[in-house]
Design a binder for this molecule. Structure first.
Ligand code: PLP
Length: 484
């Protein structure tokens, strides 16, 4: 192996901009590109480098992982780590006759908030593949009714509907939602508290912007919804993983880890992804924590319409005497995600603040879908569609469970609710590797580890059945069991 120069490591000079791992990654990348580190040249071990720089080993490990992933570094058992030998020598030196000018700076410096998002693993799911989570049965949506409602409102819009609107949304639509939530979800609110948003992800963003300062701690269910990890990371918050057990979020563990957290993000009716319901005791403990510590509870009620047995689970919002709950709901699961319509129920004391935050972010929601949706609900199509889908998802869930039992030995974790279940893998299995193999076989099998901020207790696969029909369930499970 050809080694360049003396083989000595040049002095590492960090630029002090951004997180340490990025500085280290940037230094190595530049040193390799500029030829100061030569192909095949040994680099120090992560332990030695951390010791030399007097920093923790974690940023060094993260930087090395990224450099490995991008092909700058390579490691061989017993031979340590070196610059990839395949990198061409002098590849980046200017040609002899090239004009001398300063190299174009192409490395963009990103915000630390974005760095925090990029440090989270991306969702490996394949669009359109069987078992994709969070996808309803799109082919069952009553498109003819929907398109005629849309056409009616698009054809003859009132002039005011073409102008700038209210940051909270259209009043008729908000009244319809307030009625629905009071009846179906035991949410205590009136239309003045409803803000129409572009899906619950957007709602979380508005809530985080309105309530949190940089570095504020937020309790996150562990495992929990990865979209929420990203929403709070981009808002500059510090996610504090709080384990869930059979009763949902372990409030005492939260109190031990970060009693002064500013907010708690929860999915109490049907915990994402494990499916349990937050018990009454935990609900009380959580409300008590919020009242005592001036904390806010962000309740994500993403798929509460689909409960197949027993009574619907009432929202935590309706229990909060102190008005400490921000409730987020969405039409993505009951209708279709591309609609991008959801809503927040905001405590009265926060309405003005949330309005200002919304105005600063995206002014106000688009009018057309609100008008069409208000009619869709008022004319009974919404309730009818939910009833049909509840039956369909109940059947699909039963089929998937039967197929899992017949074809695999995996332990199944599933509430009689929702559009997905979790199949637990044996301890020590690599759910990311299985998920990648499933993707290569045209299947979606979200790794449970994707939902974890810490090392998961047990690996697993999250399998969606809402948008996967009986034939796909059977064929998909055969493929999945074969590759397991
Ligand atoms: C728990 C949970 N919350 C929120 C969302 C996001 O929904 P929306 O499409 O309304 O942004 C999802 C989507 O999968 C989800 O699973």
């Amino acid at each position: 192996m050809k080694r360049g120069g003396t083989g000595l490591m040049p002095l590492i000079a960090l630029d002090g901009q951004g997180p340490l791992y990025r500085q280290l990654y940037g230094w190595f990348q530049r040193a390799i590109v500029e030829g100061r580190l030569r192909p095949g040249q040994r680099v120090p071990s992560t332990r030695a480098l951390a010791g030399e720089l007097k920093i923790s080993r974690i940023p060094v490990l993260t930087a090395y992982q990224q450099l490995h992933a991008e092909g700058y570094l390579e490691s061989f058992t017993g031979a340590g780590t070196s610059v990839a030998a395949s990198i061409p020598q002098d590849a980046f030196k200017p040609a002899a006759k090239a004009p001398r000018h300063a190299p174009r700076k192409i490395e963009a410096r990103l915000s630390e908030r974005l760095d925090a998002v990029l440090a989270l693993p991306p969702d490996p799911q394949q669009p359109g593949a069987a078992f994709r989570v969070s996808l309803p049965a799109l082919d069952q949506f009553p498109n003819d009714i929907w398109s005629s409602l849309l056409a009616r409102h698009a054809r003859h819009p009132a002039t005011k509907d073409l102008a700038y609107g209210d940051p909270m949304g259209d009043m008729t639509f908000r009244e319809t939602i307030a009625d629905y939530l009071g009846t179906a979800r035991a949410v205590r609110c009136d239309a003045s508290q409803i803000m129409i948003v572009a899906g619950s992800q957007h709602g979380l963003q508005i809530a985080a912007r309105a309530l949190l300062n940089d570095g504020d701690a937020v309790w996150m269910e562990e495992p929990g919804y990865p979209g929420a990890h990203r929403a709070f990371a981009i808002a500059g918050a510090r996610a504090v993983p709080v384990p869930v057990d059979a009763d949902g979020l372990d409030v005492e563990a939260g109190l031990a880890r970060a009693p002064r957290a500013r907010a708690a993000y929860i999915t109490p009716s049907h915990q994402y992804p494990m499916g349990m319901t937050l018990s009454a005791t935990r609900r009380m403990q959580l409300l008590q924590w919020a009242a005592r510590h001036d904390g806010w509870i962000i309740e994500d009620d993403y798929d509460s319409e689909y409960r197949f047995a027993g009574h619907p689970i009432a929202a935590v919002q309706g229990l909060s005497a102190e008005d400490r709950v921000i409730y987020a709901g969405t039409f993505s699961k009951v209708l279709f995600p591309a609609l991008r319509v959801g809503y927040l129920v905001i405590p009265k004391s926060l309405i003005a603040g949330f309005c200002a935050a919304r105005d600063a972010i995206d002014l106000f929601p688009a009018t057309l879908f609100q008008r069409a949706l208000a009619d869709f609900i008022a004319q009974g199509h919404f309730a009818r569609h939910i009833r049909r889908m509840r039956m369909l998802y109940m059947e699909r869930r039963a089929l998937l469970i039967a197929a899992l039992r017949e074809m695999t030995k995996l332990d199944i974790v599933s509430a009689e609710a929702g559009m997905h279940l979790v199949a637990l893998l044996p301890r020590g299995a690599d759910d990311w590797a299985i998920s990648r193999r499933a993707a290569a076989a045209g299947l979606s099998a979200q790794p449970l580890s994707l939902c974890c901020l810490e090392k998961p207790k047990r690996p697993g696969l999250i399998l969606g059945y809402g948008g996967t029909d009986a034939r796909q369930i059977d064929a998909g499970m055969r493929r999945l069991s074969a590759l397991l």
